[in-house]
Ligand binder design. Structure first.
Ligand SMILES: [Ca+2]
Ligand SMILES: [Ca+2]
Ligand SMILES: [Ca+2]
Ligand SMILES: [Ca+2]
Length: 274
């Protein structure tokens, strides 16, 4: 009589299950870190009005650049986004983002997705095409109406679920303006809102947080993102909450004062020798 080998059958099923779980994430060939945005202690605390006022973001230094690619053809001209960040003692993260766009349309929108779980931010799923991985915190800003939406990735394309739709809370604030050449966006995001329903980030000073950017330029019928469709890869940036390594050892003013002192002493010795 033919006997069913349950052990063998179970191993086969387990193997198949593992393959199904692994396939979507392994389709992404690589994730490329393109820029680290250091978040500096705020001075002053920015006003979230979508305008970069004089002196408001100076402490954050030169903006970091990152490219976003046309989703329909990554070899079409890309756009370059500029990012700056500061944080306050009240544990709030601030971001200033500049996106080239000359005309504001009702369908223009920006998404910043945070890697708030340990899986890759973006993936290529065989059934739904390109997509965000699910359950990552994301903040969306509708450019024309200035509607800020605290959300999280759904795992289907670039669509998001609003935090409030799952009993979460709308945390943070976002505002923008257009200065003819660029859309200027300012965000304030709490380090840790405590909203687990909304999959919100939970960070502290010294932490790194990966981000993936998306911009829909509706009037140009073009969608830009960090996604490199043809290469099945994606770029991402990292926000480091705190100063760059060069600044963490010795504060710059101590370094500058020490250097000046050495110079004065050396000149004095030189004069004496004469
Ligand atoms: Ca401002
Ligand atoms: Ca536009
Ligand atoms: Ca959220
Ligand atoms: Ca939330």
């Amino acid at each position: 009589m033919y006997k069913i080998n349950y052990k063998r059958k179970f191993s086969k099923l387990l193997f198949l299950g593992l393959i199904l779980v692994l396939v979507p994430s392994t389709l992404v060939k690589s994730a490329n870190l393109k820029a680290t945005i250091y978040s500096y202690p705020a001075d002053p605390i920015p006003t979230i009005d979508g305008k970069i006022s004089a002196g408001e973001w100076t402490v954050a230094g030169t903006p970091e650049e990152t490219k976003l690619y046309d989703l329909s053809d990554q070899y079409n001209p890309h756009i370059v986004i500029y990012l700056r960040s500061v944080y306050s003692e009240e544990k709030v993260l601030y971001l200033a983002i500049e996106i080239p766009d000359t005309l504001v349309d009702g369908s223009d929108e920006f998404i910043i997705a945070f890697n708030s779980s340990d899986t890759p931010l973006a993936l290529s799923a065989p059934t739904s095409g390109i997509a965000f991985d699910d359950d990552h915190d994301a903040k969306k800003l509708k450019i024309e109406s200035n509607d800020y939406i605290d959300a999280f990735t759904s795992g289907t394309g670039f669509s998001l679920n609003d935090d409030v739709s799952v009993s979460g809370t709308n945390d943070g604030l976002g505002k923008c303006t257009n200065n003819v050449t660029h859309v200027i966006i300012e965000f304030e995001i709490p380090f840790d809102s405590g909203d687990s329903h909304g999959r919100d980030i939970a960070v502290n000073v010294g932490d790194d947080e990966e981000i993936f950017l998306y911009y829909r330029d509706g009037d140009n019928e073009t969608t830009y993102s960090h996604w490199l469709v043809e290469l099945v890869e994606y770029d991402y940036c990292r926000i480091h909450i705190g100063l760059p390594p060069a600044f963490t050892g010795i504060p710059f003013w101590i370094f500058a004062t020490s250097l000046a002192s050495i110079f004065i002493i050396a000149s004095f010795i030189k004069k004496k020798k004469k």
